[in-house]
Design a protein around this ligand. Structure first.
Ligand code: NAD
Ligand code: TDX
Length: 332
């Protein structure tokens, strides 16, 4: 394998993966990205031009996708509409990009017999009770709650069907909540960090008891590369780093790390259909493929992330007012 096509490589996790590839492999990389509101050219700045190329285009456009897939050895598919709250306001781009876009990629890899890795989320499994000792495994039944997670579930089902019916050489991964640099400030952790920088109290949906299983984006990248290199065709791997925390704990930690009182936050309107708890059992990936997360300490990973947003205000500042205006309309 020499040439890799990475869809969504100008987004939060995809750009982290491109940096990871440059550092840890000899692959040449083409990023296919539509550069939606969630993308950032800056996240790819400084990478060697002889190894990383950006093509601006839509994964749902066959005329763009087909020749690009034909010219590469494998595809790692990150491109998606990714924010649950946006999917509650307008599901249409989620259906188009996440379902039709994945279908378009699948038809191209089928036609040209290319290896595909499809990046998905633990949200396809729905949620767990707070006191349930169970975690999600590769055998947990699909039960998505939001238009976003349902569209990702649909894309996973398409990949599995193309493997079984057409022999497409694909793997799937479902990862828990990522944090780290370059995450859009609409998402929970960077929204609260940038609120605190602005002297605004963090906003917790509902009671704040909802649990997310946090993993650093760099650990997600190393897991995806491991699956691409060593995963068995047709298999699904869950990616997680044993990082369960409720939202209240995370907000209190952000406030404390930023030198504010840990009670200096507001409860705001809850998200419709808000999933209670996600938790990943990642034993299959660890035991079968030998992967381990490197960021074992959430507090220090979060402190680094806070420092990154403090140092990169020029990157997020232009988006802050519009992002907060959208939340304000919903009382969030
Ligand atoms: P993001 O919203 O930050 O980035 C998505 C990228 O896809 C953007 O660069 C955007 O321009 C691009 N894109 C969107 N529509 C496109 C289209 N039609 N054609 C081409 N490019 C398009 O998202 P993210 O948080 O980096 O998530 C990346 C992937 O990882 C998604 O598939 C998501 O479901 C999955 N995932 C995310 C998390 C998380 O915590 N953020 C966890 C598990 C899985
Ligand atoms: O202001 C907020 N206050 C708040 O309490 C925001 C934006 C969120 N929340 C809560 C909702 C969730 O319980 O924080 C938690 C995390 O919210 P998000 O960052 O929106 O993430 P989530 O909905 O859990 O989904 C994320 O992880 C799985 C990604 O956005 C998805 O792309 C990924 O699939």
């Amino acid at each position: 394998m020499e040439r890799l096509l990475v869809t969504g490589g100008a987004g939060f996790i995809g750009s982290n993966f491109v940096h990871h590839l440059v550092e840890h492999t000899d692959l040449s990389v083409t990023v296919l990205d539509k550069l939606t509101y969630a993308a950032s050219r800056e996240s790819l700045a400084g990478l060697p031009e002889d190894r990383v190329q950006l093509v601006v285009g839509d994964i749902a456009d066959e005329d763009t996708v087909d020749p690009l897939v034909a010219a590469h050895d494998a595809v790692v598919h990150y491109a998606a509409e990714s924010h649950n709250d946006n999917s509650l306001h307008d599901p249409s781009p989620f259906i188009r990009t996440n379902i039709l876009g994945t279908y378009t990629i699948l038809e191209a890899v089928r036609k040209h017999d290319k290896r595909l890795h499809h990046v998905s989320t633990d949200e396809v499994y729905g949620d767990l009770e707070l006191d349930d000792p169970k975690r999600f495994t590769e055998d947990t039944p699909y039960n998505p709650s939001s238009p976003y997670s349902a569209s990702k579930a649909g894309s996973d089902h398409l990949v599995r069907a193309w493997v079984r019916s057409f022999g497409v050489r694909a793997t799937v991964s479902n990862c828990s909540n990522n944090y780290g640099p370059w995450q859009h400030i609409e998402k929970f952790i960077p929204r609260q960090i940038t609120n605190v920088i602005d002297g605004v109290r963090p906003k917790l949906y509902g009671s704040g008891e909802n649990v997310r299983d946090w993993i650093h984006a760099e650990d997600h990248s190393s897991a995806v590369l491991t699956i691409l290199e060593k995963g068995s065709i047709g298999e699904t791997y869950l990616i997680g780093a044993d990082g369960e925390k409720n939202n209240l704990e995370v907000v209190r930690l952000i406030l404390t790390l930023m030198g504010r009182s840990e009670d200096d936050f507001d409860h705001v309107n809850d998200r419709a259909g808000h999933d209670l708890r996600y938790a990943i059992e990642s034993g299959k990936l660890r035991q079968e493929l030998g992967w381990q997360p490197q960021y074992q300490n959430f507090e220090s990973g979060l402190a680094d992330t806070i420092a990154w947003y403090q140092e990169h205000e020029d990157w997020w500042r232009p988006h802050k007012d519009a992002t907060e205006a959208k939340y304000a309309q919903k009382g969030q």
